[in-house]
Design a protein around this ligand. Structure first.
Ligand SMILES: CC(C)(COP(=O)(O)OP(=O)(O)OC[C@H]1O[C@@H](n2cnc3c(N)ncnc32)[C@H](O)[C@@H]1OP(=O)(O)O)[C@@H](O)C(=O)NCCC(=O)NCCS
Length: 137
């Protein structure tokens, strides 16, 4: 398995999303989103893309999005490796004495995957609920 940094393309992105039956986005939007990402991981089995993850953010707050492992390749540790690479990136970017926050929205039922990687469910004793607003056109 090969883990490549910042080589994710809209073709790979769309293929992987389709493999887990996620909704499609217009190509122009996907290209803009990839370009605006601060860090992407794409995983290949030979030349076949089998996983991805993206990090977006501003240097203090980071958001993990589009974590996908192709169904035939799940439960082999690939998702864990992707998240650890994204966390490592943030760790290296965070200067001593400072603090960064990595946020994400788990799919229903996938919380255990992220909890094993050190993420805490919210609300908790320190935070209220995560909230979001979706704009559809
Ligand atoms: C969620 C996903 C990224 C996990 O990737 P993966 O490569 O299968 O995960 P790993 O093999 O690294 O799993 C590590 C551990 O996380 C947990 N885990 C993995 N998938 C899980 C799931 N679907 N539900 C709950 N826990 C899960 C397990 O404890 C697993 O350890 P185990 O295999 O020893 O039981 C993958 O299942 C996927 O792409 N799903 C479809 C898209 C999706 O839901 N993405 C996440 C969006 S928030």
């Amino acid at each position: 398995m090969r883990y490549e940094k910042n080589v994710l393309t809209s073709e790979i992105y769309c293929k992987l999303r389709k493999s887990v039956k996620w909704s499609e986005q217009p190509k122009i939007e996907v290209e803009k989103a990839i370009k605006n990402s601060i860090y992407t991981i794409a995983v290949f089995d030979e030349n076949n893309p089998v996983g991805m993850g993206r990090l977006i953010g501003d240097g203090i707050y980071f958001v993990i999005v589009d974590v996908v492992v192709k169904p035939d390749y799940q439960r082999k540790g690939i998702g864990t490796n992707i998240i650890n690479m994204l966390i490592d990136y943030v760790d290296k970017e965070t200067i001593r004495g400072s603090r960064s926050s990595i946020q994400l929205i788990s799919e229903k039922g996938k919380e255990g995957f992220y909890e094993k990687l050190g993420f805490k469910k919210i609300p908790n004793e320190f935070c209220g609920s995560g909230m979001r607003k979706v704009i559809r056109k």
